[in-house]
Design a protein. Structure first.
Ligand code: 2HG
Ligand code: ZN
Length: 476
């Protein structure tokens, strides 16, 4: 068992000797922001934030902590939606910030790979890929802050999963510091490599509970040469799904994102986010955002988009549409989608359900979960939005107007269970892309119990026998 008393001064002194004064924060004014999540749902406490500048330093820190039995909470951009990077309140856990490990180690446009350290932001990684004429095909709303290590540790998904898969699908190699401080250098850039168990995939999605990802080799894609984006008002989620299947049938390889938004969510964004505006004549009850992209030249994407939309307008699947005419308009349309989390936060207390169902069942999920939640708490406001093209909906619930936020948040389990009952009936998952963190371990026995959870527990015991790697996360 890890130690639950505050780390001894001697340990902190030994860590300081490794990382230097600049690498160790101990003043609460400096450490407090790291000890709480961005929604301030989890407010923990730590006696220090350790900020190593190299993998070797990080490994030395882990070795010291392992010897002392002191737990570590790895942290990237601190954008977790499930408290995955927040320490608990007793002050015994140290935060290990990856931020200073942020170098691009290599970019190879022939191998189509980017080798990058864990503390680089996703945005910086995308920019490095673009500078080399390539695309890193992973895009999430928090990409300006989220860091590669966290993105991989949580197997982030985001907007382009429909075309390129999740973070997991982009990883060719990893460098990981194990729970005893040993460094595993698995930074291979091979497209084929069948040499035993696929260790890198064990660490991807393990949320820092098995080891700490310090660098990765990511797969790149050809840079898009044509891009077309549209925002559509649609009469129902069923119509949105119909539209999606029409695009997939018309030119399957070009759909890069297909996002659903409710009228409620868009209304919150327009209310709370300065400069956000609807590029349509009237607000609607439901919206679809489509992004087509192709690396081919003269592919006629714009014409393709118009052709599908004309048919959909004629058939009543779409009631109005705006096609972006410039980069600025494209960004403005995406803003309506990407500001959902921030707008929801400003509107009041909300309970998040990052769930997935088979794509064909998304409309049924939205319909049934809305009815169930409205029956549970009168006045509750359902704000479903997200990645319809891959079946991942953020079925978020906003407090009734004027209700006490604390009262609302105290019912989070009842709300989540209500949504999850529908998700289960539709053969879905209780966590699609945000992970389990400290919000959802209680769901694990029910959803992943039996052999699956037992194997996970054996893996955890084998790789982290002292239980010092991000304790309290993922496993109940
Ligand atoms: C997104 O898709 C993120 O924008 C955040 O996954 C979703 O706030 C949320 O629930
Ligand atoms: Zn999302």
């Amino acid at each position: 068992m890890p130690d639950t008393s505050p780390p001894a001064a001697a340990l902190l002194a030994a860590i300081r000797a490794v990382v230097g004064d600049h690498g160790l924060l101990t003043d609460p004014a400096d450490t407090d922001p790291y000890a709480q999540d961005w929604r301030r749902l989890y407010v923990g406490h730590t006696s220090a934030v350790v900020r190593p500048a190299s993998t070797a330093e990080l490994a030395d820190v882990v070795r010291l902590c392992a010897r002392a039995g002191v737990s570590l909470v790895p942290q990237g951009g601190n954008t977790s939606m499930v408290g995955g990077a927040t320490p608990d309140a007793d002050g015994s856990q140290l935060i290990l910030s990856l931020s200073r490990l942020n170098r691009v180690r290599d970019i190879d446009p022939v191998d189509m790979t980017l080798t990058i350290e864990a503390g680089a932001t996703l945005k910086a990684a995308q920019t490095a890929a673009a500078d080399a004429g390539c695309l890193l095909p992973l895009s999430i709303s928090s990409e300006g802050s989220a860091q590669i290590g966290g993105v991989l540790a949580t197997n982030a998904g985001g907007n382009n999963t429909v075309r390129y898969g999740n973070a997991r699908d982009l990883v060719l190699g990893l460098e990981v510091v194990l729970a005893d401080g040993e460094i595993w250098n698995g930074l291979r850039r091979l497209r084929k490599d069948n040499t035993g168990y696929c260790l890198r995939q064990l660490f991807v999605g393990s949320e820092g509970t098995l080891g700490i990802i310090t660098a990765a080799v990511l797969k790149l894609a050809p840079r898009p040469r044509e891009l077309a984006v549209a925002l559509c008002a649609v009469p129902s989620p069923d119509a949105a799904l119909d539209l999606f299947t029409r695009f997939q049938a018309h030119d399957p390889a070009s759909v890069q994102a297909f996002e659903y938004m409710s009228g409620q969510g868009v209304q919150f964004v327009i209310r709370h986010i300065q400069g956000a505006a609807l590029p349509l004549a009237e607000p609607a009850a439901h919206y679809a955002l489509i992004e087509l992209a192709t690396p081919r030249t003269n592919a006629g994407l714009r014409a393709s988009l118009e052709q599908v939309l004309e048919g959909a307008l004629a058939d009543g699947i779409v009631s109005d549409a705006a096609i972006a005419e410039s980069d600025a308009q494209r960004a403005a349309i995406w803003r309506l989608r990407e500001e959902h989390s921030e707008a929801q936060k400003r509107e009041g207390a909300s309970v998040k359900n990052d769930v997935s169902v088979p794509v064909s069942k998304v409309p049924e999920l939205i319909r049934r979960a809305t009815i169930a939640c409205e029956a549970l708490i009168p006045g509750i406001r359902a704000v479903p939005f997200g990645h319809m093209g891959d079946g991942n909906i953020h079925f978020n619930l906003e407090q009734p107007p004027g209700a006490d936020p604390a009262w609302f948040l105290a019912q989070d389990h009842a709300i989540m269970d209500t949504v999850n009952d529908v998700v289960r009936a539709l053969d879905g998952s209780f966590s699609a892309e945000h992970g389990v963190g400290q919000l959802k371990p209680y769901m694990m026995p029910d959803w992943r119990g039996g052999a699956e959870l037992a194997v996970m527990q054996r893996i955890k015991a084998a790789l982290d026998p002292r239980g010092i790697m991000n304790p309290g996360k993922v496993l109940p």
